[in-house]
Every structure is written in structure tokens, then in C-alpha cells.
Design a binder for this molecule. Structure first.
Ligand code: AMP
Ligand code: ZN
Length: 467
């Protein structure tokens, strides 16, 4: 049984999607005003782990991630660069897609852009005005938080402690300044605006996600994710807008990942500890190692990014890569061992139960490394057979459908005739018939296969394509 910590209930709860075997997932996407930083990628990677695990468990996942291409920050950025909003946001949208591909993040089914969904937003704002949850002031429209009795249920702010009736214009603010927030901002000199039924202007940030999520996933859907900084005001406001408008429950499970910090401090440009993915690639950081590092701390714990931690992640990942490589590049006696199939079964079970426990990666990964250690020991004792190596590789590759950290293996395989030759050479070496052994090695070399004699037996590598 899968369980998640639901920010809404404040508890770990069994996960039951609305429709059996299908999960509707909405994840807040980037505001495309800059290159995404590694903190953003921590959030996207946690969401990727969640999605890949649900797929691994046999769910179909319908995933929507919005692109915020109009808000306070994008408008300011476009103005600073002296280009159109569209040109400005397109640059960072392209960069975003390149980056998620670099990090092997599964693409969502839909990436709706805010600027292309203005009419859905206007429809909701009109509805909120009609129902009395919103009011107009100087051409802008505000949400009256005192009208929504559940306001604060996600972020746990106490409404009675607030002085309501005052307004806030900016999209981002602290809990202490919870106020009526802008749904629609009246047109301003030099800002893009849309002529609509509720007047000329542009949407506030929060209405974007309410409109785009319901358009693609319906009024009620299963999981909504983001970083903890999204809980207030963004997600609190999404709930207020969507539930007041539809009269239905908006989201059933709210999952939030904790922040990434750098060397124990908040990442900030002024401190010089601010890294985009591109900064790290320039320093020759391997994106698979970065992916592994960002995934391997439980999503509800603060993750402290350091270059030492990156080195450790690289060493751990290398252990898995070497393991897979050795299995595929050594010859093993034919047959199968019950111990190994049992070990694979147990490891698989522990991996699944770790991730089922609120995506607890710290519980899911150690059994994999433990298995590798055990198998390596058994290889030395010559207790691993050909069929076992296939089973182990299949298992590790299935685990990697969730982790997505291994290099894409070019399917390298040798014909059984060549495998026989390798065995024959080993036999010759054992019998100290070095002349025959060397002759076979040369023959294989002519065919583009090099042999390495290691402590654990012989390894083979293809160096060029067979003609
Ligand atoms: P933004 O583009 O600022 O709207 O952020 C996109 C996503 O990244 C949101 O889900 C944020 O909560 C998340 N996020 C931003 N900063 C961090 C950070 N330092 N650590 C983890 N997640 C973050
Ligand atoms: Zn959002």
C-alpha cells in the first residue's frame, strides 16, 4: 500500500486515487523569467520520482505542469531586456525543456502556458464575482479571503488573527500579510494586458494554476505538488479560488518538497552560492550524478548541496554502474542460483516498500547496495550463474525506470559462438596453454573485442562495430 504525507491533513495517509489505477497529477511549473536553479530541480526531480514510482506500480498518470509566462517577474524581466514578453519567456521555456531532458525528467502530458488560458481564468473570476467571493476595486479584481470559511486550511494560518479587508497587489507575500489577493490586475502603462469581459488587465499568478489544472484534470484531482514555499500563499489561494468556484474538493493529496540549501545557507545570488544546472554543467558535473544526489535525500528533509556530497553521490552511483557493467562483461557458468533469485525478490520488495512509505528513498536505496555487495561476494565465490546475471540486470534496469540514473547502455551482446571462444580461452589459461589462450585473444581482437583479465575473471569490451 502506498502512503503519502498530505500537507492538508498533516498526516501520512494511504493513497487511493479517485479512479482505480489512474492518477491525475498537477505540478507547479517554472516561472520562465530565468534559468531554473538546482533548488527548482530538486522540486521537479521529487515530482519525477513520484511519477516514475506510480508508473512502476502500474498506475496510469495524467500529468500537467504549467508554464507561468505572465506574472510580475516575467513582465519585469522582459522590460529590463527591452524585448517582448513572448520573446523573453520563450527563451527560458526552451532552456527549461533542454534542462529537464538533461536531467532525464519524464515529460508531462501537457505544459499549458498561462498566456494561452486567459479565457478560462476570466471565466473563474467572473464566477467568483457572481458568487460574492470576489470584488472589483479600481478596475482590478480581488479575492475576499474572509468569505471562504476554509481559508488557511492548507498552511494552517488562523483567520481570526488576521485583519481582513485589506488588499495585496503583489503575487508573493508572507503569511503575516495574508490579505485579499489580486485575481485580475487592471492594465498598467507599459504592461501587457488582455481586453476581456471583466475589463482590460492581466491575471494574478494564483488564478493561473486554478484555471489550468481544472481545464486539464477536472474540478477534483488526485495529487498537487510543489516546494514548501508554494504552500502559502500560492496553494492556499488556489484552494480558495477553485473550491469557491466549483463547490467541490479541489485536490485530494498535497505533496510538498523541502528546500535545497547550499553549504548550509539559502541559495542567493549575492552570496555567490546560486547554481543553475548550466553553472554545474560548466564545472563538468555529470547530470546523472546531480540527479542521483538531488533524489537521494527524502523529499521532506532539507537537502544541503555541497560539492563533497556530489562526489559521494558519484562514488555510490559508480558502484551500481560497475556492477551492471561487470555482469554484462564477464563470462559466468551456465545455470541459475535459487539464492540469487530469492535475493532479487527480497530486494525488490524492500525497494517498493521504502518508496511506498511516503517516497522514502533513504529506506529504498540501501537494500539495492546491500544486494550489490552480496552478489559481488558471491561472484568471487563463483556462485553466480549466467541466468542470474540476466535476472540481476533486468532487476537493476527496472529499478532504474524509477531512478533514471544509469547510463543508457548500448545493447552490447556477443554471439554465443564468441562467448564459447572466451570460455575456451579461460580453459586454456587454466591449463597453462598460453599459446592457445593468446591465439584466441588475438582472434577476438581482430573481431573488435578486447579481453581484460581481472581478479573476478575475464571482462570483455567491444571496441569497434563488427563488419
Ligand atoms: P518558481 O519558478 O519560483 O515558481 O519555482 C518552481 C518550483 O521550484 C516550485 O515548486 C518551488 O517551490 C520550487 N523551489 C524554488 N526554490 C526551491 C529550493 N531552494 N528548493 C526546493 N524547491 C524550490
Ligand atoms: Zn502553481
Amino acid at each position: 500500500m502506498i502512503q503519502f504525507f498530505n500537507t492538508l491533513s498533516g498526516k501520512v495517509q494511504p493513497f487511493h486515487p479517485l479512479k482505480k489505477n489512474q492518477v491525475k497529477l498537477y505540478t507547479c511549473g517554472p516561472t520562465v523569467y530565468d534559468y531554473a536553479h538546482i533548488g527548482n530541480f530538486r522540486a521537479y526531480l521529487f515530482e519525477d520520482l513520484l511519477k516514475r514510482f506510480l508508473l512502476f506500480q502500474g498506475y496510469r498518470v495524467l500529468h500537467v505542469m504549467n508554464l507561468t509566462d505572465v506574472d510580475d517577474k516575467t513582465i519585469k524581466g522582459a522590460r529590463a531586456e527591452g524585448i517582448s514578453l513572448k520573446e523573453f519567456t520563450q527563451k527560458y521555456t526552451d532552456a527549461f525543456f533542454q534542462d529537464i531532458d538533461t536531467l532525464n525528467i519524464h515529460r508531462a502530458d501537457y505544459y499549458p502556458r498561462a498566456t494561452q488560458h486567459i479565457s478560462s481564468m476570466v471565466r473563474i473570476i467572473k464566477g467568483l464575482l457572481q458568487k460574492g467571493y470576489a470584488y472589483e476595486k479600481d478596475g482590478s479584481v480581488y479575492y475576499d479571503i474572509s468569505k471562504f470559511k476554509d481559508y488557511g486550511k492548507l498552511s494552517k494560518i488562523k483567520m481570526h488573527k488576521l485583519k481582513t479587508g485589506t488588499r495585496i497587489e503583489s503575487d508573493e507575500y508572507e503569511k503575516e500579510s495574508a490579505h485579499d489577493f489580486a485575481l485580475w490586475k487592471y492594465k498598467k502603462e507599459g504592461e501587457p494586458y488582455w481586453e476581456t469581459e471583466i475589463g482590460p488587465g492581466r491575471p494574478g499568478w494564483h488564478i493561473e494554476c486554478s484555471a489550468m489544472s481544472s481545464q486539464y484534470l477536472g474540478d477534483t484531482f488526485d495529487i498537487h505538488c510543489g516546494g514548501v514555499d508554494n504552500i502559502f500563499p500560492h496553494h492556499e489561494n488556489e484552494i480558495a479560488q477553485s473550491e469557491a468556484y466549483s463547490g467541490k474538493e479541489f485536490v485530494r493529496y498535497w505533496l510538498h518538497c523541502h528546500h535545497l540549501i547550499v553549504n548550509g545557507e539559502k541559495m542567493s545570488k549575492s552570496k555567490g552560492n546560486f547554481y543553475t544546472l548550466r553553472d554545474l554543467l560548466e564545472r563538468d558535473v555529470n547530470p546523472r550524478v546531480l540527479r542521483f544526489l538531488l533524489l537521494s535525500t527524502h523529499y521532506r528533509k532539507i537537502l544541503n548541496f555541497t560539492f563533497e556530497a556530489l562526489d559521494q553521490a558519484s562514488t555510490s552511483l559508480q558502484r551500481i554502474t560497475d556492477f551492471i557493467y561487470n555482469l554484462g562483461h564477464q563470462s559466468f557458468p551456465s545455470g541459475e542460483s535459487k539464492d540469487i533469485s530469492q535475493l532479487i525478490q527480497n530486494t525488490k520488495q524492500k525497494f517498493i516498500s521504502g518508496l511506498s512509505n511516503d517516497l522514502n528513498i533513504s529506506q529504498a536505496l540501501p537494500p539495492i547496495f546491500e544486494m550489490i555487495r552480496k552478489v559481488n561476494r558471491l561472484i568471487k565465490q563463483k556462485k553466480v550463474y549466467q541466468k542470474d546475471t540476466q535476472n540481476l540486470r533486468t532487476f537493476i534496469h527496472s529499478v532504474d525506470n524509477v531512478l533514471a540514473v544509469l547510463p543508457q547502455e548500448k545493447e552490447e551482446s556477443l554471439s554465443s559462438e564468441l562467448m564459447e571462444k572466451i570460455k575456451l580461452r579461460q580453459k586454456a589459461r587454466k591449463e597453462k596453454n598460453y599459446e592457445l589462450a593468446d591465439r584466441i585473444r588475438d582472434e577476438l581482437y581482430q573481431k573488435g573485442i578486447i579481453l581484460e583479465d581481472t581478479k573476478n575473471g575475464v571482462r570483455w569490451k567491444i571496441i569497434k562495430k563488427k563488419k
